[in-house]
Design a protein around this ligand. Sequence first.
Ligand code: ACM
Length: 231
Amino acid sequence: MKIAYAQTYPRFGEVQANVAEALELIRGVDADLVVLPELFNTGYAFLSKEEVKRFAEGVPDGETCRMLLEESRKQGKTIVAGLAEREGEAVYNTAVLVSKGRFLGLYRKIHLFNREKLLFNKGGAEPKVFWVDGVRIGMLICFDWLFPEIWRVLALKGADIVAHPANLVLPNYCQRAMLARAFENHIYTITANRVGEEKRGTYHLKYTGRSQIVSPKMDILASASEDQVEC
Ligand code: ACM
């Protein structure tokens, strides 16, 4: 299986343009599995839960998931992507897995970072593994990187690859920690981070890029720049 990250620069609230940019980017890459960043369609810097609710979409029935499904069917690819999910009154920071036009499953972020605790409901279910073309794929999201136990859960379920959509803002801690996560769990990790800045309300966030793929032997198989859109 050929695997890739897509490092994008979402503009806050410009869902159509963000989705179009991401799909265009992954069209150009020769990979079976492509991972997009956390909240790739909306941007990250939500100011209130009400605002999250306005942007959050159903999974798999919402427009973003529908477009991912269609694109995965056309390209014959498997895609993991982060988005804000709405289920009734709850909103989750969610990663979805779609493969060749089929919806396979989701993961709702458990370790919410900082103000995310005010914005999202916490995921209530353990991450799962999904079989794709003979490979077992799990998903975790960004700040989950700091908690070895949740990676272990996926390893014990047999994961070969953990897809890790991210919006990292701390300087390189995650990228370095992923060598340990990959090694101790004997998994490949694909961290798909975003680049760019967001200034909204009291937020001024600068994302650190440096998306990367790490092997179970701690080799960095691919790594991206800190500020460019790339795949
Ligand atoms: C993060 O979890 N987005 C830092």
